[in-house]
Design a protein around this ligand. Sequence first.
Ligand code: AMP
Length: 194
Amino acid sequence: MSPITSLCVYCGSSRGVNPDFIPLARELGRELATRNIRLVYGGGRVGLMGACADGVMAHGGRVFGVIPQHLQDREVGHSGISELKVVDNMHTRKRMMFDHSDAFCVLPGGLGTLEEFFEVVTWRQLGMHDKPIIVLNAGGYWDNLVGMIDRIVDDGFAQPSVRQYFSVVNSIGRLFDLLAAPAETQEPDFPDRI
Ligand code: AMP
């Protein structure tokens, strides 16, 4: 796999209650800037989304945000990023984020984050792409998600191969290790905690 140049980050438009998550999102942003990897995200200035974008911008990196017009009020389009695209609807947003990214990372978040995660995983299940999808299981936040997917497989509603479509890591360091590794050596790695 060639080194990635753009990473799409899906995460909460809220801050959540765990005080570790905002610094984690900022730290991921800083690491992206340091590695000259562009952040692709939903364009908001609030919650973990905003913290990640701020982390990139504070360290001289590049951020491409995509936000639908109707969410400009709720998620507040980030005016301080390299490029903010305002699009007509959610479908265009998600497609544009997908097209501009080489890989996907999932930080803690809510239903929107889950929806985005499942969309790229199910697109991979359908053979529509083979871009890496990595869940950053900070504080065990995504343990129940991984457990539910195991249950789905165990109960015969998905093939065991779905477990190969995404990885679960316990740290930002492991995330970048995995992104740097050739695809064939990328062992699914879960459930881990930070
Ligand atoms: P949340 O995790 O709910 O805070 O949302 C994180 C991001 O996912 C926000 O930018 C939402 O706009 C976005 N999102 C994407 N798809 C959806 C959807 N179908 N419903 C709600 N939010 C969504």
